[in-house]
Design a protein around this ligand. Sequence first.
Ligand code: COA
Length: 326
Amino acid sequence: MLNLKFLGTGSALPEKVLSNRDLERMVETSDDWITTRTGIKERRIARDDVSTSDLAAAALTEACANAGVEPGDLDGIILGTSTTDTLFPSTACWVQQRLGIKGMFAFDVSAGCSGFLYALEIASALMAGGRGRRFGVIGAEVMSKVVNWRDRGTCVLFGDGAGAAVIGPGSGDSGILASSWGADGSLAPCLYQPAGGTQRPATLETVQENLHTVHMQGRHVFRHAVEAMASAALTAMDRARLTADDVDVLIPHQANIRIMEATRQRTGVPAERMFSVVDRYGNMSAATIPIAIHEAKQAGLLKDGSILLTTAFGTGFTWAAHAIRW
Ligand SMILES: CC(C)(COP(=O)(O)OP(=O)(O)OC[C@H]1O[C@@H](n2cnc3c(N)ncnc32)[C@H](O)[C@@H]1OP(=O)(O)O)[C@@H](O)C(=O)NCCC(=O)NCCS
């Protein structure tokens, strides 16, 4: 087991709330359809002048304050996102610029909704290897700027936000008990943003054809998401020698309540132990898990010794799970 602790957590959410009723006025949909299919009631939308690094910097600032650590004293910043500020440099470097800090390494992890858990896995491996003591791990997205607001099949699903954690040396027996991660690039075209990279650089046509937005085969994604999240979670539980009864809090990636519930059932964790924020924030991709962890902590659900099981799935496809003793 790697002995580490979540020294502090934080989140940042835009003020603007977009409800299902608001969406009814934008595309042909209904509150009932969205609620039944996804469990989402509302989501947050960033202002035009707010980018992913703004939310990430705010979340990291709060996490550092709660950890009693100055952002400038971190040994590194790892940020999971699919909605980067710019194609280069990394959003993590823009976070440094926003916070006026420098020196420590900073980079992004591109693993879609699994981004925070990928970042956590890397940070914990660096810690285990003695490459630093305190890392800022962030999941941040402004999905609203890559969503096609005329496509009812996708625009109702996503929201904006950022969550962060400062991890460092633990005292006692807190730490990551076990993890599991993987990817299957053969399924890349099932969920992606087709244009803007080197495959299809931005042109007038790519903009006119809406190729800079989320393209998704919803049903396909649904099936793979449940299988991958459940399988990763069960592997982490098995490696940590945990049973479903041992798990105090289950935080699956908050894509939609049906995926979360199907995943939970396969893990056997009792329903009342699953923590959800999906009704209020929608799918914020890499940001959902750190925000849910932060809110579960604030709600008093994560106490010293609590067992947290978290599992994610995202574009790539990627997946990851962690069994953590808080
Ligand atoms: C997107 C999702 C909610 C759609 O639910 P679904 O039951 O699979 O629905 P379908 O896409 O098959 O569409 C069923 C019907 O609803 C319609 N529909 C799609 N979006 C709609 C909306 N927002 N409002 C009303 N109707 C809608 C479709 O046009 C289709 O109509 P048709 O039967 O007349 O053709 C579901 O596939 C899903 O959750 N997928 C995973 C998405 C996800 O979480 N992605 C991120 C993973 S990290």
